[in-house]
Design a protein around this ligand. Structure first.
Ligand SMILES: C=C1C[C@]23C[C@@]1(O)CC[C@H]2[C@@]12CC[C@H](O)[C@@](C)(C(=O)O1)[C@H]2[C@@H]3C(=O)O
Ligand SMILES: O=C(O)CCC(=O)C(=O)O
Ligand SMILES: [Fe+2]
Length: 371
C-alpha cells in the first residue's frame, strides 16, 4: 500500500507531491483488496481506486456532456438554476452563504428527477438523461461493490447490508458535476490544454472575481474552489479530469493533494458511514482548489441511504471497550441538519452520544450533557 507519511508542517501547508494516498487495485485478489480498503478507510477515510472496471465510454460520455453544458453562455446555464439545492449553481454552495470559484450541477439520482431536470439542462434532454443514467448506474454498482467488500471486512452478519442501502430504489444518492474554470483562461479556451472546454462564459475570469492566483514568483497560490468539508453521505466516488485540485486533510492542518488520474476514482468515507461503523472509519475532510491554468471538472457520486433509513452504529461495531459513539437518527434528519449548517461545520458532533455543540463564532465547545 502506498501511504502518506505525514511530516508535521505548519497549518494549512501542502505537501508538494501528489499520489500519497493508498492506491487500491480492484482487480487483485479479494482478500488482499478487502484488507487494504479496510485499512485505508480506518487510517485515511479515503483511497484511490484503480482497475475498477467502470466502462471507459460511460465516463467519457458523461464528461463530454458536462463540458458541453459548462461551455455554454451564462444565460443558457442559468435555465437549469437556481439550485433548490438541485440544479445549476454558480459560486454559491448550499443555502447558507458558502461560496467558491465553482459552478456546478447537482442532480438527484432518481430517474424521474433526472428526466425532469434534463429538460432545463440540455437541448437534447433524452440523450443527456440517458448518459447520466448510464453513469449513475455504473458508479452506484461500483459503490455497492466497495460497500460489500467493507461489509465482509467488518465481518458483518449480513455483509450486504451497507450495499443494499445505496442499491435501494428509494436511495437518496446525489450526483454532482463541478466545474472550476481556469482563472487565467481566455474566452476561447486558449491555454486550456485539451480540456475539451469551450468555455464561453466570462463570469469566472480572474479580473471579475477579484482573485489573484499566481504568486509573485509565478508559483500557484491557492484559490478555493470548494471549501473544506466532509461529505454527509455514506461513500463518495469522485473522478476528475487530469487537473490537480482535490486535497484531503490527513492530520491537523495537513492537506494532501490527490493526484488527478482520469482513470481512477477517489473514494471518500462520508459521515453516515463513520456513524454506521461507530467511528472505525473516518469521514475525511477535503476541499478543492482551482487551477490558474487549466479548468477542472469533477464528477462526484454521493452514495446515500433512503430518507427513512436508520443510521446508527452497526451492532458488530459496538463493544464493551467501544460503546456506541452516536445516537440513532434517520438519514432525513441528518440531511436536514446538513442543510441548516455551513459547509465546514462538524455536524456529526451534534449526533454524538455525548452531544457537543460547537459555537462557530467563538469556537467555544460546550458539552450539552454537562449543562
Ligand atoms: C453548504 C452546504 C452545501 C451542502 C449542504 C451544506 O449546507 C453543507 C454540506 C454541503 C454538501 C457537501 C457534499 C455535497 O457536495 C453536498 C451535495 C451535500 O450533500 O452536502 C453539498 C451540499 C450542497 O451543495 O447542496
Ligand atoms: O471537486 C472536487 O474535487 C471536490 C468536490 C466536493 O468535495 C463535493 O462536491 O462535495
Ligand atoms: Fe465533498
Amino acid at each position: 500500500m502506498v501511504v502518506a507519511s505525514p511530516t508535521p508542517v505548519g497549518p494549512d501547508r501542502i505537501r508538494p507531491t501528489g499520489g500519497l494516498l493508498p492506491v487500491i487495485d480492484l482487480s487483485r485478489r479479494r482478500s488482499h483488496v478487502t484488507d487494504r480498503i479496510l485499512r485505508a478507510c480506518e487510517e485515511f477515510g479515503c483511497f484511490k481506486l484503480v482497475n475498477h472496471g467502470m466502462p471507459r465510454h460511460v465516463v467519457a460520455n458523461m464528461e463530454a456532456e458536462a463540458f458541453v453544458f459548462f461551455g455554454q453562455l451564462e444565460p443558457e446555464k442559468r435555465r437549469a438554476g437556481p439550485p433548490d439545492p438541485l440544479g445549476y449553481g454558480c459560486r454559491n454552495i448550499g443555502l447558507n452563504g458558502d461560496t467558491g470559484e465553482v459552478e456546478y450541477l447537482l442532480l438527484h439520482t432518481n430517474q424521474a428527477s433526472i428526466n425532469q431536470r434534463s429538460k432545463t439542462i440540455s437541448k437534447d434532454p433524452k440523450k443527456f438523461s440517458c448518459i447520466v443514467r448510464e453513469y449513475v448506474e455504473a458508479v452506484r454498482d461500483l459503490t455497492a461493490e466497495i460497500l460489500e467488500i467493507l461489509g465482509e471486512g467488518l465481518r458483518l452478519k449480513d455483509p450486504k447490508v451497507l450495499a443494499r442501502l445505496v442499491k435501494d430504489d428509494e436511495s437518496d444518492s446525489v450526483f454532482r458535476l463541478n466545474h472550476y474554470p481556469s482563472l487565467l483562461t481566455s474566452d476561447n479556451g486558449e491555454g486550456d490544454d485539451n480540456n475539451n472546454n469551450n468555455n464561453n462564459s466570462r463570469d469566472m475570469s480572474s479580473e471579475e472575481s477579484g482573485y489573484c492566483c499566481v504568486n509573485g514568483d509565478g508559483g500557484l497560490k491557492g484559490v478555493i474552489g470548494f471549501g473544506e468539508h466532509s461529505d454527509p453521505q455514506m461513500l463518495t466516488l469522485l473522478r476528475s479530469n487530469e487537473v490537480l485540485g482535490l486535497q484531503v486533510c490527513v492530520g491537523e492542518g495537513l492537506w494532501v493533494p490527490v493526484s488527478p488520474d482520469p482513470d481512477s476514482f477517489c473514494v471518500l468515507v462520508g459521515d453516515a458511514l463513520q456513524v454506521l461503523t461507530n467511528g472505525r472509519f473516518v469521514s475525511v475532510r477535503h476541499r478543492a482548489m482551482t487551477n490558474p491554468y487549466k479548468s477542472r471538472l469533477s464528477m462526484v457520486y454521493f452514495g446515500a441511504p433512503p430518507l427513512p433509513a436508520r443510521i446508527a452504529p452497526l451492532p458488530e461495531t459496538i463493544t464493551a471497550q467501544r460503546p456506541s459513539l452516536y445516537r440513532p437518527f434517520t438519514w432525513a434528519e441528518y440531511k436536514k441538519t446538513t442543510y441548516l449548517h455551513r459547509l465546514s461545520h462538524s455536524r456529526l458532533d451534534l449526533f454524538r452520544a455525548e452531544e457537543i455543540v460547537v459555537d462557530d463564532e467563538e469556537n467555544r465547545i460546550t458539552e450539552l450533557n454537562s449543562i
